[in-house]
Write a protein that binds this ligand. Structure first.
Ligand code: NAD
Length: 423
């Protein structure tokens, strides 16, 4: 499969889908689901409450990705302009050096059980750890299917924390959730263990829920960009200048949380779009990402360095609580088709894709920010769309778009005039 599909943007949606279907050998059933858009209000009522209808997002495909040596086409559902284009662009820049390499720490979620008003917290900690084997067994009895798939509770830890309401004893279940996001699975286990923990601590057990700071479930990605790939026609900056400015932009985010928040938002543009396309819980991913970014004082989730050959080396590391089964992932036919396009065989594989997309998104955004700025990118994309809409011949699209941007008149009637003038 080749994820480079030049000119995809010029096709109409039906022909684009045919191209993508051909490249990914997408089943006819999945293609039909994409064109019929999924679920009606009655079906949506099985997912959420007080449903009165459904709402749609544009579903686009980011091209050019190579992840761990495999070409990948990336479904992205998002209402913001330029996101899919920026991700595709950055992925193209990474191709000459082999694309993205990814790594994951394993699908481990943490579930917490809160015990308050414990008289002897240190002794309670020892009692809980002493009962570890029994507690793990009880946790795993709650989910034989997960255990059958190689997952389950593998460890129990205890933390004593100081709070404005006194010391609390926090029991942590470390659960291998395999291909699930794991929210329901680990919450069920925590609830089942609560009476035992209450007895062991002689305190009051209140909260029993997962932590979205899923730092045992990290996804990492990296790529190397040659300076020549960074050059753009829109500025006189050399590739080396742009490389150095990107590293300075990253350093700005390290030094200033106001910048870091927007830097990380740029990462989440890509990640949330893939989460939406696959019906993964983007609130969980967002919470995990920003909490992880704040662990040592809020900072950027990506890193940019120069190597001794003058290349830009880009990397990302963040919690990635995503699933290929469970939650709502199997309830929306278009989301199922999106997973089919992604062609991943595990939650770990999916987490690596999310990390690569987040990195590409951030790189694409920074490259534009340090050179021509993002507004002109938005405008030129819009102008190109208008030129194509006016039936500009392929060889004139860029010129007509550039003229309309320069004139600050981006309208179909102006594009039609320019076609007549230039032909
Ligand atoms: P789930 O319970 O629907 O599915 C997971 C279950 O599928 C497992 O427990 C297991 O029994 C079964 N399973 C079958 N094959 C499996 C395999 N190969 N790997 C793993 N499990 C397999 O869903 P979930 O993933 O436990 O929970 C996800 C949901 O939890 C999401 O919808 C999320 O929105 C929600 N949630 C999130 C939070 C939060 O993030 N704070 C809190 C509560 C609920």
């Amino acid at each position: 499969m080749d994820s480079r599909i030049p000119g995809l943007y010029k096709l109409d949606p039906e022909d684009r889908l045919s191209e993508i279907a051909e490249a990914t050998e997408l089943s006819q059933e999945a293609q039909n689901k994409i064109t019929t858009q999924g679920i009606d209000a009655a079906e949506a009522g099985a997912i959420s409450e007080n449903v009165i209808g459904t709402i749609e997002y544009p579903l686009g495909i980011a091209t050019n990705f190579v992840i761990n040596g495999q070409d990948k086409l990336i479904p992205m559902a998002i209402e913001e302009t330029s996101v899919v284009a920026a991700a595709s662009n950055a992925a193209r820049m990474a191709r000459s050096t082999g694309g993205f390499r990814t790594q994951t720490s394993g699908p481990y979620m943490i579930s917490q059980i809160q015990a308050t008003e414990v008289d002897t917290p240190r002794a309670a900690k020892i009692d809980i750890l002493d009962a570890k084997e029994n507690l793990i067994e009880l946790a795993n009895e709650q989910d034989p299917v997960l255990v059958k798939h190689g997952g389950g509770c593998e460890d129990i830890e205890v933390q004593l924390i100081e709070t404005p309401r006194g010391k609390m004893v926090i029991t942590r279940l470390i659960v291998n959730v395999q291909d699930a996001m794991g929210g329901n699975a680990v919450n069920t286990m925590a609830e089942a263990l609560a009476p035992e923990i209450e007895q062991l601590t002689q305190g009051n057990v209140s909260l029993r829920i997962l932590s979205n700071l899923a730092d045992r479930r990290l996804a990492r990605a990296s790529c190397t960009i040659e300076p020549s790939e960074l050059e753009t026609e829109d500025t006189d900056l050399s590739g080396e200048d742009i490389r150095d400015r990107i590293i300075d932009a990253w350093a700005f985010a390290v030094g200033d949380p106001y910048r870091a928040a927007t830097h990380n938002k740029g990462i989440m543009n890509g990640i949330d779009a893939v989460a939406t396309a696959t019906y993964n819980d983007w609130r969980a991913i967002e919470a995990g990402a920003h909490a992880y970014a704040a662990v040592d004082g809020y900072g950027p989730l990506t890193t940019y360095e120069g190597d001794s050959d003058g290349n830009l080396v880009c990397s990302i590391e963040l919690p990635m609580q995503v699933g290929t089964i469970g939650g709502a992932t199997q309830l929306q036919p278009v989301a199922k088709a999106a997973l089919e396009i992604l062609d991943v065989d595990s939650a770990n594989g999916l987490a690596g894709v999310f990390a690569a997309v987040g990195l590409a998104q951030n790189l694409g955004g920074l490259r534009a920010l340090v050179s021509e700025g993002i507004q002109s990118g938005h405008m030129s994309l819009h102008a190109k769309n208008i030129a194509i809409q006016a039936n500009a011949p392929e060889h004139l699209v860029d010129e007509i778009a550039a003229r309309m941007v320069a004139e600050e008149v981006i309208r179909q009637d102006r594009a039609e005039e320019l076609i007549d003038e230039l032909q």
